[in-house]
Design a protein around this ligand. Structure first.
Ligand SMILES: Cc1cc2nc3c(=O)[nH]c(=O)nc-3n(C[C@H](O)[C@H](O)[C@H](O)COP(=O)(O)OP(=O)(O)OC[C@H]3O[C@@H](n4cnc5c(N)ncnc54)[C@H](O)[C@@H]3O)c2cc1C
Length: 441
Protein backbone atom coordinates (compact mmCIF):
# COMPACT_ATOMS: atom_id res chain seq x y z
CA UNK A 1 0.00 0.00 0.00
CA UNK A 2 1.32 3.45 -0.91
CA UNK A 3 1.65 5.62 2.17
CA UNK A 4 -0.01 9.03 2.01
CA UNK A 5 2.11 12.09 2.69
CA UNK A 6 0.28 14.86 4.54
CA UNK A 7 1.75 18.29 5.15
CA UNK A 8 -0.22 20.29 7.65
CA UNK A 9 0.01 24.05 7.21
CA UNK A 10 0.72 25.96 3.99
CA UNK A 11 2.91 28.57 5.62
CA UNK A 12 6.54 29.15 4.73
CA UNK A 13 7.66 25.74 5.98
CA UNK A 14 4.67 23.77 4.66
CA UNK A 15 4.94 25.26 1.16
CA UNK A 16 8.68 24.64 1.05
CA UNK A 17 8.29 21.02 2.22
CA UNK A 18 5.51 20.39 -0.33
CA UNK A 19 7.61 21.92 -3.11
CA UNK A 20 10.71 19.90 -2.25
CA UNK A 21 8.80 16.61 -2.19
CA UNK A 22 6.61 17.34 -5.22
CA UNK A 23 9.64 18.26 -7.31
CA UNK A 24 11.17 14.91 -6.41
CA UNK A 25 8.09 13.21 -7.82
CA UNK A 26 6.27 12.58 -4.51
CA UNK A 27 2.53 13.21 -4.30
CA UNK A 28 1.53 15.19 -1.19
CA UNK A 29 -1.64 16.47 0.48
CA UNK A 30 -1.18 20.01 1.76
CA UNK A 31 -3.72 21.09 4.41
CA UNK A 32 -4.43 24.75 5.13
CA UNK A 33 -7.01 26.25 7.47
CA UNK A 34 -6.74 29.98 6.73
CA UNK A 35 -9.53 30.35 4.16
CA UNK A 36 -11.88 28.91 6.79
CA UNK A 37 -10.41 30.44 9.92
CA UNK A 38 -7.56 32.95 10.15
CA UNK A 39 -5.34 33.46 13.18
CA UNK A 40 -5.20 37.01 14.65
CA UNK A 41 -2.23 38.13 12.52
CA UNK A 42 -3.17 36.65 9.14
CA UNK A 43 -4.73 38.94 6.54
CA UNK A 44 -4.34 37.15 3.20
CA UNK A 45 -6.09 34.06 1.83
CA UNK A 46 -2.94 33.02 0.03
CA UNK A 47 -0.15 30.78 1.36
CA UNK A 48 3.29 31.57 2.83
CA UNK A 49 2.08 34.79 4.38
CA UNK A 50 4.71 37.04 5.98
CA UNK A 51 2.68 38.08 8.99
CA UNK A 52 4.90 40.85 10.28
CA UNK A 53 8.00 42.27 8.64
CA UNK A 54 8.31 41.94 4.85
CA UNK A 55 12.05 41.39 5.13
CA UNK A 56 13.89 38.07 4.95
CA UNK A 57 16.80 39.87 6.58
CA UNK A 58 20.35 40.40 5.34
CA UNK A 59 21.63 39.07 2.03
CA UNK A 60 25.24 39.73 3.03
CA UNK A 61 26.92 36.33 3.27
CA UNK A 62 29.05 37.65 6.13
CA UNK A 63 25.86 37.33 8.17
CA UNK A 64 24.80 33.79 8.98
CA UNK A 65 21.30 34.58 7.68
CA UNK A 66 22.76 35.72 4.33
CA UNK A 67 24.75 32.51 4.05
CA UNK A 68 21.70 30.46 5.05
CA UNK A 69 19.77 31.95 2.13
CA UNK A 70 22.59 30.93 -0.23
CA UNK A 71 22.48 27.43 1.25
CA UNK A 72 18.73 27.19 0.68
CA UNK A 73 19.20 28.26 -2.93
CA UNK A 74 21.35 25.16 -3.41
CA UNK A 75 18.14 23.18 -2.79
CA UNK A 76 16.12 25.33 -5.22
CA UNK A 77 14.04 26.70 -2.37
CA UNK A 78 10.71 28.02 -3.65
CA UNK A 79 10.62 30.65 -0.89
CA UNK A 80 14.01 32.15 -1.70
CA UNK A 81 13.42 31.96 -5.47
CA UNK A 82 10.09 33.79 -5.26
CA UNK A 83 11.39 36.25 -2.68
CA UNK A 84 14.06 37.27 -5.18
CA UNK A 85 11.47 37.65 -7.91
CA UNK A 86 9.37 39.88 -5.64
CA UNK A 87 12.27 41.89 -4.20
CA UNK A 88 11.73 45.59 -3.51
CA UNK A 89 14.41 48.06 -2.36
CA UNK A 90 15.50 47.32 1.20
CA UNK A 91 19.22 48.01 1.42
CA UNK A 92 21.20 44.90 2.25
CA UNK A 93 18.17 42.90 3.26
CA UNK A 94 15.98 40.78 1.02
CA UNK A 95 12.76 42.77 1.28
CA UNK A 96 9.70 41.67 -0.67
CA UNK A 97 6.28 42.82 -1.82
CA UNK A 98 4.43 40.52 0.57
CA UNK A 99 1.19 40.13 -1.40
CA UNK A 100 2.94 39.37 -4.65
CA UNK A 101 5.29 36.99 -2.84
CA UNK A 102 2.44 35.06 -1.23
CA UNK A 103 0.36 35.02 -4.46
CA UNK A 104 3.22 33.73 -6.62
CA UNK A 105 4.02 30.92 -4.19
CA UNK A 106 0.32 29.99 -3.98
CA UNK A 107 0.01 29.89 -7.77
CA UNK A 108 3.00 27.57 -8.11
CA UNK A 109 1.75 25.28 -5.34
CA UNK A 110 -1.80 25.11 -6.74
CA UNK A 111 -0.47 24.41 -10.23
CA UNK A 112 1.86 21.60 -9.21
CA UNK A 113 0.59 18.20 -10.37
CA UNK A 114 1.99 16.46 -7.29
CA UNK A 115 0.43 18.78 -4.71
CA UNK A 116 -3.17 18.30 -3.64
CA UNK A 117 -4.30 21.31 -1.59
CA UNK A 118 -7.02 20.63 0.98
CA UNK A 119 -8.64 23.65 2.61
CA UNK A 120 -9.54 22.38 6.03
CA UNK A 121 -8.44 22.34 9.63
CA UNK A 122 -6.93 18.94 10.09
CA UNK A 123 -8.36 17.65 13.34
CA UNK A 124 -6.83 14.23 13.49
CA UNK A 125 -3.64 12.63 12.32
CA UNK A 126 -3.50 9.23 10.69
CA UNK A 127 -0.40 7.62 12.14
CA UNK A 128 -0.15 5.19 9.24
CA UNK A 129 0.45 8.12 6.87
CA UNK A 130 3.64 10.14 6.90
CA UNK A 131 2.84 13.58 8.32
CA UNK A 132 4.84 16.80 8.38
CA UNK A 133 3.41 19.13 11.00
CA UNK A 134 4.16 22.70 9.92
CA UNK A 135 1.38 24.61 11.65
CA UNK A 136 3.63 27.40 12.88
CA UNK A 137 3.80 29.58 15.98
CA UNK A 138 0.04 30.14 16.00
CA UNK A 139 -1.12 26.57 15.51
CA UNK A 140 -4.91 26.17 15.59
CA UNK A 141 -6.55 25.07 18.86
CA UNK A 142 -7.52 21.60 17.58
CA UNK A 143 -4.05 20.97 16.30
CA UNK A 144 -2.55 22.13 19.60
CA UNK A 145 -4.54 19.39 21.27
CA UNK A 146 -3.44 16.74 18.76
CA UNK A 147 0.20 17.73 19.22
CA UNK A 148 -0.12 17.75 23.01
CA UNK A 149 -1.60 14.24 22.91
CA UNK A 150 1.15 13.09 20.60
CA UNK A 151 4.12 14.42 22.54
CA UNK A 152 2.85 15.09 26.06
CA UNK A 153 1.46 18.41 27.23
CA UNK A 154 4.56 19.45 29.13
CA UNK A 155 6.66 19.35 25.95
CA UNK A 156 4.47 21.78 24.02
CA UNK A 157 4.99 25.46 24.78
CA UNK A 158 2.70 28.39 24.24
CA UNK A 159 5.04 31.21 25.01
CA UNK A 160 8.38 32.55 24.15
CA UNK A 161 9.77 34.28 27.21
CA UNK A 162 13.41 34.76 26.51
CA UNK A 163 16.12 37.07 27.64
CA UNK A 164 18.46 38.60 25.05
CA UNK A 165 21.52 36.65 23.97
CA UNK A 166 24.81 38.45 23.51
CA UNK A 167 27.98 37.41 21.71
CA UNK A 168 30.85 36.78 24.11
CA UNK A 169 33.40 38.59 21.96
CA UNK A 170 31.31 41.77 22.09
CA UNK A 171 31.39 41.92 25.93
CA UNK A 172 34.04 44.18 27.45
CA UNK A 173 35.87 41.87 29.84
CA UNK A 174 38.04 44.76 31.09
CA UNK A 175 34.88 45.90 32.90
CA UNK A 176 33.05 42.60 33.50
CA UNK A 177 34.39 39.72 35.55
CA UNK A 178 33.75 35.99 35.76
CA UNK A 179 32.45 34.72 39.09
CA UNK A 180 29.67 32.61 40.58
CA UNK A 181 27.64 34.08 43.43
CA UNK A 182 29.53 33.45 46.70
CA UNK A 183 32.12 31.58 44.59
CA UNK A 184 29.91 28.50 44.61
CA UNK A 185 30.82 25.68 42.22
CA UNK A 186 34.16 24.65 40.75
CA UNK A 187 34.05 26.71 37.59
CA UNK A 188 33.32 30.39 37.07
CA UNK A 189 30.19 30.16 34.96
CA UNK A 190 28.78 33.68 35.05
CA UNK A 191 29.95 36.92 33.50
CA UNK A 192 29.08 39.82 35.80
CA UNK A 193 28.51 43.42 34.76
CA UNK A 194 29.04 45.60 37.86
CA UNK A 195 27.13 48.87 38.38
CA UNK A 196 27.65 51.73 40.79
CA UNK A 197 24.59 53.70 41.92
CA UNK A 198 24.96 56.38 39.26
CA UNK A 199 25.17 53.82 36.48
CA UNK A 200 22.22 51.89 37.90
CA UNK A 201 20.14 55.03 38.19
CA UNK A 202 20.78 56.01 34.58
CA UNK A 203 19.90 52.46 33.39
CA UNK A 204 16.83 52.29 35.64
CA UNK A 205 15.37 55.61 34.48
CA UNK A 206 15.60 54.54 30.83
CA UNK A 207 14.29 51.04 31.53
CA UNK A 208 11.05 52.16 33.15
CA UNK A 209 10.17 54.49 30.31
CA UNK A 210 11.32 52.24 27.43
CA UNK A 211 8.89 51.56 24.55
CA UNK A 212 7.31 48.13 24.67
CA UNK A 213 5.62 45.84 22.15
CA UNK A 214 1.90 45.13 22.57
CA UNK A 215 1.42 41.47 23.50
CA UNK A 216 -2.20 41.04 22.33
CA UNK A 217 -2.82 38.68 25.22
CA UNK A 218 -6.40 37.51 25.38
CA UNK A 219 -6.21 33.83 25.87
CA UNK A 220 -6.60 32.77 29.48
CA UNK A 221 -4.59 29.58 29.11
CA UNK A 222 -1.65 31.48 27.70
CA UNK A 223 -1.95 34.20 30.27
CA UNK A 224 -1.36 31.73 33.08
CA UNK A 225 1.95 30.70 31.56
CA UNK A 226 2.90 34.30 31.16
CA UNK A 227 2.18 35.22 34.78
CA UNK A 228 5.02 33.01 35.99
CA UNK A 229 7.61 35.06 34.13
CA UNK A 230 7.74 38.80 34.66
CA UNK A 231 9.32 41.20 32.12
CA UNK A 232 12.31 43.03 33.57
CA UNK A 233 10.78 46.46 32.86
CA UNK A 234 7.58 45.51 34.71
CA UNK A 235 9.57 44.33 37.71
CA UNK A 236 11.56 47.58 37.63
CA UNK A 237 8.39 49.66 37.78
CA UNK A 238 7.51 48.07 41.12
CA UNK A 239 10.18 50.15 42.84
CA UNK A 240 13.61 51.74 42.45
CA UNK A 241 15.40 48.94 44.25
CA UNK A 242 13.23 45.94 43.29
CA UNK A 243 15.73 44.74 40.68
CA UNK A 244 18.60 44.98 43.15
CA UNK A 245 16.76 42.47 45.35
CA UNK A 246 15.95 40.35 42.28
CA UNK A 247 17.97 39.55 39.14
CA UNK A 248 20.44 42.43 39.71
CA UNK A 249 21.22 41.46 43.32
CA UNK A 250 24.88 42.36 44.07
CA UNK A 251 25.24 40.06 47.13
CA UNK A 252 28.05 37.52 46.79
CA UNK A 253 29.41 39.24 43.69
CA UNK A 254 32.18 41.50 44.94
CA UNK A 255 34.73 42.76 42.43
CA UNK A 256 38.13 41.06 42.21
CA UNK A 257 39.64 43.81 44.43
CA UNK A 258 37.03 43.05 47.15
CA UNK A 259 34.92 46.18 46.63
CA UNK A 260 31.14 45.86 46.45
CA UNK A 261 28.63 46.99 43.81
CA UNK A 262 25.22 48.65 43.86
CA UNK A 263 23.83 46.19 41.30
CA UNK A 264 25.19 43.40 39.10
CA UNK A 265 23.79 42.10 35.82
CA UNK A 266 24.67 38.45 35.30
CA UNK A 267 25.17 36.67 31.99
CA UNK A 268 25.00 32.91 31.73
CA UNK A 269 26.70 30.72 29.13
CA UNK A 270 24.18 29.74 26.44
CA UNK A 271 25.89 27.30 24.09
CA UNK A 272 28.36 24.44 24.37
CA UNK A 273 31.04 26.20 22.32
CA UNK A 274 30.97 29.10 24.82
CA UNK A 275 30.40 31.92 22.35
CA UNK A 276 26.96 33.13 23.46
CA UNK A 277 25.68 34.44 26.81
CA UNK A 278 22.14 35.18 27.94
CA UNK A 279 21.17 38.01 30.25
CA UNK A 280 19.80 36.38 33.38
CA UNK A 281 16.27 37.56 34.29
CA UNK A 282 16.00 39.92 31.33
CA UNK A 283 12.93 38.49 29.59
CA UNK A 284 11.28 41.60 28.22
CA UNK A 285 8.65 43.24 26.07
CA UNK A 286 10.80 46.23 25.18
CA UNK A 287 10.99 46.88 21.45
CA UNK A 288 14.19 45.61 19.82
CA UNK A 289 15.57 49.12 19.31
CA UNK A 290 14.92 49.96 22.94
CA UNK A 291 16.65 46.78 24.11
CA UNK A 292 19.72 47.73 22.12
CA UNK A 293 19.71 51.29 23.43
CA UNK A 294 18.91 50.56 27.09
CA UNK A 295 20.86 47.33 27.63
CA UNK A 296 23.96 48.93 26.13
CA UNK A 297 23.88 51.31 29.11
CA UNK A 298 24.98 48.35 31.26
CA UNK A 299 28.73 48.60 31.98
CA UNK A 300 30.61 46.15 29.78
CA UNK A 301 27.75 45.83 27.27
CA UNK A 302 28.32 49.19 25.54
CA UNK A 303 29.13 47.39 22.28
CA UNK A 304 27.09 44.26 22.88
CA UNK A 305 26.10 42.37 19.74
CA UNK A 306 22.68 40.86 20.26
CA UNK A 307 22.25 37.45 18.64
CA UNK A 308 18.62 37.55 19.60
CA UNK A 309 16.55 40.04 21.50
CA UNK A 310 14.33 39.24 24.44
CA UNK A 311 10.75 38.45 23.53
CA UNK A 312 7.54 37.47 25.24
CA UNK A 313 4.86 36.50 22.80
CA UNK A 314 2.57 33.70 21.78
CA UNK A 315 4.62 31.05 20.11
CA UNK A 316 3.76 27.38 19.86
CA UNK A 317 6.87 25.27 19.75
CA UNK A 318 7.85 21.84 20.94
CA UNK A 319 10.73 20.75 23.13
CA UNK A 320 12.89 19.68 20.19
CA UNK A 321 15.90 18.52 22.25
CA UNK A 322 13.68 15.96 23.97
CA UNK A 323 11.48 15.00 21.03
CA UNK A 324 13.20 15.31 17.67
CA UNK A 325 16.17 13.71 15.99
CA UNK A 326 18.43 15.42 13.47
CA UNK A 327 15.95 14.59 10.66
CA UNK A 328 13.12 16.56 12.33
CA UNK A 329 11.44 13.23 12.98
CA UNK A 330 9.65 12.47 16.20
CA UNK A 331 11.91 10.04 18.07
CA UNK A 332 8.98 7.99 19.29
CA UNK A 333 7.01 7.90 16.04
CA UNK A 334 8.95 7.64 12.81
CA UNK A 335 5.92 8.67 10.70
CA UNK A 336 5.73 12.13 12.24
CA UNK A 337 8.02 14.95 11.16
CA UNK A 338 7.87 18.59 12.23
CA UNK A 339 8.94 21.61 10.19
CA UNK A 340 9.18 25.36 10.64
CA UNK A 341 8.93 27.59 13.65
CA UNK A 342 7.13 24.88 15.64
CA UNK A 343 10.43 22.92 15.86
CA UNK A 344 12.03 25.76 17.81
CA UNK A 345 13.81 27.61 15.05
CA UNK A 346 12.99 31.30 14.90
CA UNK A 347 12.44 33.38 11.77
CA UNK A 348 11.09 33.17 8.24
CA UNK A 349 14.26 31.85 6.60
CA UNK A 350 15.04 29.50 9.48
CA UNK A 351 11.54 28.00 9.15
CA UNK A 352 12.24 27.30 5.49
CA UNK A 353 15.59 25.71 6.28
CA UNK A 354 13.95 23.40 8.79
CA UNK A 355 11.37 22.36 6.16
CA UNK A 356 14.10 21.38 3.72
CA UNK A 357 15.61 19.04 6.31
CA UNK A 358 12.21 17.45 6.96
CA UNK A 359 11.27 17.09 3.29
CA UNK A 360 14.56 15.51 2.28
CA UNK A 361 14.33 13.03 5.11
CA UNK A 362 10.70 12.21 4.33
CA UNK A 363 11.81 11.55 0.76
CA UNK A 364 14.60 9.26 1.94
CA UNK A 365 12.17 7.46 4.26
CA UNK A 366 9.81 6.75 1.36
CA UNK A 367 12.67 5.61 -0.84
CA UNK A 368 14.18 3.46 1.92
CA UNK A 369 17.36 5.48 1.81
CA UNK A 370 19.56 6.42 4.74
CA UNK A 371 18.28 9.54 6.55
CA UNK A 372 20.60 12.55 6.48
CA UNK A 373 22.13 14.73 9.19
CA UNK A 374 23.31 18.02 7.71
CA UNK A 375 26.88 19.13 8.51
CA UNK A 376 27.31 21.27 11.65
CA UNK A 377 29.73 23.52 9.77
CA UNK A 378 26.84 24.80 7.64
CA UNK A 379 24.21 27.21 8.94
CA UNK A 380 21.32 24.88 8.08
CA UNK A 381 23.01 21.97 9.88
CA UNK A 382 24.17 24.04 12.85
CA UNK A 383 20.67 25.36 13.48
CA UNK A 384 19.27 21.84 13.42
CA UNK A 385 22.05 20.63 15.68
CA UNK A 386 21.33 23.49 18.11
CA UNK A 387 17.64 22.73 18.46
CA UNK A 388 18.12 19.04 19.08
CA UNK A 389 21.28 19.15 21.19
CA UNK A 390 20.78 22.19 23.39
CA UNK A 391 19.67 21.80 26.99
CA UNK A 392 16.02 20.74 27.06
CA UNK A 393 15.33 22.60 30.31
CA UNK A 394 13.97 26.00 29.42
CA UNK A 395 14.50 25.35 25.68
CA UNK A 396 13.94 28.51 23.65
CA UNK A 397 13.83 29.12 19.88
CA UNK A 398 16.96 30.13 17.98
CA UNK A 399 17.79 32.24 14.94
CA UNK A 400 20.63 31.65 12.47
CA UNK A 401 23.93 33.07 13.76
CA UNK A 402 27.62 32.23 13.57
CA UNK A 403 27.76 31.52 17.31
CA UNK A 404 26.03 28.16 16.86
CA UNK A 405 28.11 27.02 13.88
CA UNK A 406 30.96 24.60 14.62
CA UNK A 407 34.03 26.59 15.65
CA UNK A 408 36.57 27.25 12.92
CA UNK A 409 40.13 27.06 14.19
CA UNK A 410 42.08 30.08 13.01
CA UNK A 411 45.67 30.28 14.18
CA UNK A 412 46.39 33.91 13.43
CA UNK A 413 44.65 37.09 14.58
CA UNK A 414 42.27 38.32 11.90
CA UNK A 415 39.56 40.96 11.63
CA UNK A 416 35.99 40.03 12.61
CA UNK A 417 34.70 40.61 9.10
CA UNK A 418 37.39 38.38 7.63
CA UNK A 419 36.50 35.67 10.13
CA UNK A 420 32.84 35.80 9.10
CA UNK A 421 33.86 35.42 5.46
CA UNK A 422 35.84 32.31 6.35
CA UNK A 423 32.85 30.87 8.19
CA UNK A 424 30.63 31.60 5.23
CA UNK A 425 32.91 30.07 2.61
CA UNK A 426 33.40 26.95 4.74
CA UNK A 427 29.60 26.59 5.09
CA UNK A 428 28.96 26.88 1.39
CA UNK A 429 31.82 24.55 0.46
CA UNK A 430 30.78 21.89 2.98
CA UNK A 431 27.17 22.03 1.86
CA UNK A 432 28.19 21.68 -1.75
CA UNK A 433 30.19 18.57 -0.86
CA UNK A 434 27.26 17.22 1.18
CA UNK A 435 24.93 17.71 -1.77
CA UNK A 436 27.41 16.16 -4.17
CA UNK A 437 27.88 13.12 -1.92
CA UNK A 438 24.20 12.54 -1.17
CA UNK A 439 22.15 13.78 -4.09
CA UNK A 440 24.17 13.54 -7.28
CA UNK A 441 23.67 10.10 -8.77
C1 LIG B 1 3.18 37.60 15.46
C2 LIG B 1 4.43 37.04 14.84
C3 LIG B 1 5.28 37.87 14.12
C4 LIG B 1 6.45 37.34 13.52
N1 LIG B 1 7.25 38.19 12.82
C5 LIG B 1 8.36 37.71 12.23
C6 LIG B 1 9.20 38.58 11.46
O1 LIG B 1 8.92 39.76 11.32
N2 LIG B 1 10.32 38.05 10.89
C7 LIG B 1 10.64 36.74 11.00
O2 LIG B 1 11.67 36.32 10.43
N3 LIG B 1 9.87 35.90 11.73
C8 LIG B 1 8.73 36.34 12.34
N4 LIG B 1 7.93 35.50 13.08
C9 LIG B 1 8.35 34.13 13.32
C10 LIG B 1 8.19 33.10 12.15
O3 LIG B 1 9.28 33.26 11.31
C11 LIG B 1 6.96 33.22 11.34
O4 LIG B 1 5.86 32.98 12.15
C12 LIG B 1 6.94 32.20 10.15
O5 LIG B 1 5.82 32.46 9.38
C13 LIG B 1 6.96 30.75 10.58
O6 LIG B 1 6.80 29.90 9.49
P1 LIG B 1 5.99 28.54 9.62
O7 LIG B 1 5.83 27.97 8.26
O8 LIG B 1 6.62 27.70 10.65
O9 LIG B 1 4.57 28.97 10.19
P2 LIG B 1 3.43 29.83 9.45
O10 LIG B 1 4.00 30.66 8.39
O11 LIG B 1 2.64 30.47 10.53
O12 LIG B 1 2.51 28.72 8.75
C14 LIG B 1 1.70 27.84 9.45
C15 LIG B 1 0.45 27.59 8.62
O13 LIG B 1 -0.30 26.53 9.21
C16 LIG B 1 -1.67 26.84 9.15
N5 LIG B 1 -2.36 26.04 10.17
C17 LIG B 1 -2.33 26.19 11.52
N6 LIG B 1 -3.06 25.20 12.10
C18 LIG B 1 -3.57 24.43 11.11
C19 LIG B 1 -4.39 23.24 11.06
N7 LIG B 1 -4.88 22.65 12.15
N8 LIG B 1 -4.72 22.70 9.84
C20 LIG B 1 -4.26 23.26 8.71
N9 LIG B 1 -3.47 24.39 8.68
C21 LIG B 1 -3.12 24.94 9.86
C22 LIG B 1 -1.70 28.35 9.36
O14 LIG B 1 -2.88 28.93 8.89
C23 LIG B 1 -0.46 28.80 8.59
O15 LIG B 1 -0.76 29.13 7.26
C24 LIG B 1 6.77 35.97 13.68
C25 LIG B 1 5.91 35.16 14.41
C26 LIG B 1 4.75 35.66 14.98
C27 LIG B 1 3.85 34.75 15.75
Amino acid sequence: MIQKINIIGAGLAGCEAAWQLANRGIKVNLYEIKTIKKNPVQKLDTFAELVCSNSLRSSDIKNAIGTLKKELEMFDSIVIKIAKECEIPGGQSLTVDRENFSKKITDLILKHENINVIYEELDNINLNDINIIATGPLTSKKMQLIISNLIGKSYFYFFDAVAPIVKLDSINMDICFKKNRYDKGYTKDYINCPMNEEQYNQFYQELIKGDTIDLHLKDEENFKVFEGCMPVEVMAKRGYKTLTYGPLKPAGLRNNDGSSNFAVVQLRQDNASDTLYNMVGFQTNLSFNEQKRIFRLIPGLEKAEFIRFGVMHKNNFINAPKLLNSYNQLKKNKNIFFAGQITGVEGYVESVSSAIISAINVYNTIKNKELLTFPKTTVIGALQSYIINTCSENFQPMKANWGIVEKLLINKKIKKEEKKELYSSRSLKDLEEFIFKNFIE
